[in-house]
Design a protein around this ligand. Structure first.
Ligand code: FMN
Length: 356
């Protein structure tokens, strides 16, 4: 159990005693936004916020690691308590508020790693966010792209954390268009020779479908390399039972799955294959991981599921996908991507979510 023992301790243990995972089945390998993944299972942003253990996580069996969120300047985040385990619901509520050691500290770690040529051995993306007190948030993202595009496998622009007041408003059309224009421009400037580092946008599962139309339209027009769908939700499903479920913050884990899958499918049908999607939210089993792929994810990410299931979850997901491939006589899991998206969007909206 990775996180049952506490997050700091889990990080320490992974640093000193990584258990290497067995090699992956070749049918799990995939090429997405120009990068070669040994398997499609990533660890979502927020676990290794300061890029302390990306290689230990890769050895544990992940196909990619997303470090961050990192902000330009160090900042402490919100006062404690700010992290709540909802055991009765297999869910987590967090209002960490981008506690970050800041870009320079994280850049030093990633640059050392890149120099040691470890970079070739694993896909490590970085998730970036604006400082809480930034006067020009778009400028924060531009600075972060300039710093990290040369050393990271990809960069995720995170405008969907619910714990930095006003951040999610950057998903509105006018702001988003300006942000993406400047971010993509910065990326072109700093990675001209090496080939462009993919830039992804991470969105909230709480967008209205009208807002999602806008976001997808702008992402397509500005040629982002992919979308991550998505972050934690500020809604609270009526099914929650845990006494801590009314804490403020973003909800993740098993109860998020129906909303996250629906938003992923809605995004998939709007994107029309122009760029790939990363699916996150509520994966707690092999079946839910395969469901996420069928809803439209070319890659998937987990976080809260690890809190309750530990690293065994990664092996279970791989076994479930390989068993499905055997059963269907299929050559690669990518055959399943989006297979259920169209039918999912025709279902009634998952009614246990009160839409924000
Ligand atoms: C404790 C915690 C911290 C998180 N921190 C971040 C973060 O810094 N940046 C980010 O983009 N997402 C963050 N997330 C969201 C996750 O990356 C993920 O999108 C979300 O939890 C849904 O996946 P899950 O249900 O598998 O946890 C955090 C989630 C948790 C539980």
């Amino acid at each position: 159990m990775v996180l049952a023992i506490g997050h700091r301790l889990a990080i320490k243990l992974l640093q000193i005693a990584p258990l290497p995972a067995p090699p992956d089945d070749r049918r799990l390998a995939t090429r997405v936004f120009g990068l070669n993944f040994l398997n499609p299972i990533g660890i979502a942003a927020g676990f290794d916020k300061h890029a302390e253990i990306p290689d230990a996580l890769m050895r544990a069996g992940f196909g990619f690691v997303e470090v961050g969120t990192v902000t330009p300047l160090p900042q402490p985040g919100n006062p404690r308590p700010r992290l709540f385990r909802l055991d009765a619901d297999q869910a987590v509520i967090n209002r960490l508020g981008f506690n970050s050691e800041g870009a320079d500290a994280v850049l030093r770690r990633l640059a050392a790693r890149a120099q040691a040529r470890v970079k070739a051995g694993g896909i490590v993306g970085i998730n970036v966010g604006a400082n809480k007190d930034a006067t020009d948030r778009v400028a924060d993202y531009v600075r972060l792209i300039e710093k990290f595009a040369p050393v990271a496998s990809y960069v995720t622009v995170n405008i969907s954390s619910p714990n930095t007041p006003g951040l999610r408003d950057m998903q509105q059309a006018g702001v988003l268009d300006d942000l993406l224009a400047r971010v993509i421009d910065a990326r072109e400037r700093v990675t001209k020779d090496a080939g462009p580092t993919p830039v992804l946008l991470k969105i909230a599962p709480d967008l209205s479908l009208a807002d999602l139309d806008d976001v997808v339209g702008i992402a397509r027009a500005r040629r982002v390399d992919g979308l991550i769908v998505g972050n934690t939700t500020v809604t609270r499903p009526v099914s929650l039972r845990d006494a801590q479920s009314s804490e403020a913050g973003g909800l993740s884990g098993r109860p998020l799955l129906p909303l996250a899958d629906r938003m992923l499918a809605e995004t998939y049908v709007r994107v029309e294959g122009v760029f790939p999607l990363v699916g996150a939210g509520g994966i707690h089993s092999g079946a839910s991981a395969l469901g996420k792929i069928r809803a439209g994810a070319s890659l998937i990410q987990v976080y809260s599921g690890l809190v309750f299931r530990g690293l065994d979850l990664i092996g279970e997901i791989k076994r479930t996908i390989v068993a499905a491939l055997e059963r269907d006589g299929a050559q690669n899991f990518a055959d399943y991507v989006g297979a259920d998206a169209a039918s999912a969007t025709a279902e009634p909206w998952p009614d246990e979510f009160t839409r924000a």
